[in-house]
Design a protein around this ligand. Sequence first.
Ligand code: DLZ
Length: 175
Amino acid sequence: MASNLKNLSDFGSAEIPNGIDMKIGIVVAQWNKEITDALLKGAHDTLVKHNVKEENIVTVSVPGTFELTLGAQSLLEYTDVDAVIVLGCVIQGDTRHFDFICNGVTQGITELNIKYNQPVIFGVLTTNNLAQAQERCGGSLGNKGDEAAATALQMVALHNQLRDNYLSNYEESAI
Ligand code: DLZ
């Protein structure tokens, strides 16, 4: 479904796992700060709503969306977070900068998921203009920060479940 038809905050709360035992990192870009602050609020509020403790939410800022990859890698490397959410907003301009930043961060975040075998959730708006970004950070189309936080909780729960099943099967077969 095209994202212009979907409210990004429109997910059933009952389907979201309990975050009581989870620790979540958030990396937020400072470019387009009005937008990314709103994404951060959405992500933070959704985590807390699903019982992630305030002290288990680790938030760091980076200058721009291009730096989100290294920020996420630093959290994975130096902290014990279960997942990282990256939040940014890239708005199309007159040059090809948009494409380079979007390609760089998409590839970087994809690689981190695989390299660390931990969820790194892509909460980056890539829009044609400011109005489209405003619609998606708490406006008429919801908040991509909410969606990213819900996705992080789902991916941590799935990851833990698969790991625990694998470990219990491995222990049974080792007896
Ligand atoms: C340079 C730049 C431009 C033109 N546009 C954006 C943008 O729309 N959103 C964003 O998050 N960052 C932008 N940046 C900054 C780059 O992400 C990065 O911080 C710089 O290129 C330095 O590496």
